[in-house]
Write a protein that binds this ligand. Structure first.
Ligand SMILES: Cc1cc2nc3c(=O)[nH]c(=O)nc-3n(C[C@H](O)[C@H](O)[C@H](O)COP(=O)(O)OP(=O)(O)OC[C@H]3O[C@@H](n4cnc5c(N)ncnc54)[C@H](O)[C@@H]3O)c2cc1C
Ligand code: SF4
Length: 338
């Protein structure tokens, strides 16, 4: 491992300024992703700016009138999942968090670090192979290689990787936003749906953040359908495995039983959490039936461009969308699970 400097800043703006001023610096959250990458030689920062002591460690209700809940960037994944405000108002977020990694990892991983964890593409983590994301211009080994965990939506000839976070998928379905402090001390909010990028010709850029931008919190708006929204994760084994496909689904039914509103976000299928806008559009105003849910899944799949090694994901998307919508609809009608 390359030697590196270790710093702590006294506040968020100071931490942002330290990273902005040092091109080789990186924020250190729980370290469960970054430190692994340092050991593998995937990342070689010459300075770590530890942010874990900064006061971004609370889950709290947003002020009266704004509704919603704020989760500090340093709140550990296990703490966020267990917090009463999250469990009562946004159980889909608890489900997504608890489906990720393992208990030990969730005790260490932070909200900010989880959002900014990097792809689990095997070639990205193997410095002996070409990878445009790790080394721009070197090529994409996955195009002719192992594709099981790779994208079926929104990929480019330069990168077909997926974003690995379960939490981020639920946050997209919940219309959450991140609060960001920049090096000049300015604060701005970015919808989580716009935080991560599609790869295009610059797969080395995972997000729209600039150097030194520090995530200080995630804000969840008030959303009545959130209380019944659900997360479903399909994976190779029941624990310690990333999503092949996942779905975060929220539904609101009108008095006549049609779909008044809906949110569907998919994980494991794209370079960013994938908001299934075509499926949502197909569903709004239509009957909340199994056939309607299946048609919505097909509408979204019209955009899919699978690789030879992951065509099977289309069936998983179909199942995840249709069955999760069916479960939420049945619960809303008081029928229990279908
Ligand atoms: C074996 C294993 C299995 C896993 N399985 C899953 C899974 O199934 N689902 C899942 O979602 N995740 C899974 N994970 C990933 C895990 O969730 C992440 O490693 C973790 O969430 C990262 O959080 P961290 O605080 O440790 O981040 P760090 O490693 O500290 O940081 C990650 C990145 O974020 C940056 N960063 C950290 N905090 C901030 C901030 N506040 N503002 C700006 N930048 C910041 C760092 O500079 C770094 O680039 C798994 C990990 C392992 C090792
Ligand atoms: S899919 Fe992306 S991360 Fe994986 S090898 Fe290709 S360029 Fe690298």
């Amino acid at each position: 491992m390359k030697p590196f400097d270790y710093r702590r800043a006294s506040d968020a703006a100071g931490a942002a300024a330290l990273v902005a001023e040092h091109p080789g610096a990186a924020f250190l959250g729980g370290g469960t992703n970054l430190v692994d990458h340092m050991k593998l030689g995937v990342a070689a920062p010459d300075m770590l700016v530890d942010i874990t002591h900064l006061p971004m460690d609370r889950v709290e209700a947003l002020p009266e009138g704004e509704g919603g809940v704020s989760i500090g960037a340093n709140v550990r994944n296990s703490e966020a999942a267990a917090h009463p405000l999250v469990r009562e108002r946004y159980p889909v977020l608890s489900q997504a968090l608890l489906s990720g990694a393992s208990g030990q990892l969730r005790n260490a991983a932070t909200t900010g670090g989880n959002l900014l964890q990097r792809t689990r593409c095997v070639y990205f983590q193997d410095t002996g192979t070409p990878c445009n994301k790790r080394e721009p211009g070197s090529g994409c080994s996955a195009l002719e290689g192992y594709q099981r965990y790779h994208a079926v939506f929104g990929a480019s000839p330069d990168c077909v990787a997926t974003h690995p976070s379960d939490m981020a998928v639920a946050l997209v379905a919940l219309d959450a936003r991140v609060v960001v402090t920049d090096a000049a001390g300015g604060e701005r909010r970015i919808p989580v749906a716009e935080l991560h990028r599609l790869p295009g010709e610059a797969p080395e850029q995972d997000t729209v953040l600039s150097r030194g931008d520090l995530i200080t919190a995630v804000e969840l708006p008030e959303m009545p359908m959130a209380a019944r929204a659900r997360y479903r994760k399909i994976r190779d084994r029941a624990s310690f495995a990333f999503a092949l496909v996942s779905a975060a689904v929220g539904l609101e039914l009108a008095a006549d039983g049609t779909v008044a509103d809906v949110r569907i976000a998919l994980g494991g299928v794209a370079h960013k959490p994938w908001r299934a806008l075509l499926a949502e559009e197909a569903l709004r105003g239509s009957a909340a039936t199994e056939a309607g849910f299946a048609a919505a899944a097909e509408a979204e799949l019209s955009e899919a461009r699978p690789l030879p090694g992951n065509v099977f994901k289309l069936e998983l998307v179909r199942a995840a969308v249709t069955e999760t919508l069916g479960e939420v609809a049945a619960e809303l009608r008081g029928e229990g699970e279908l």
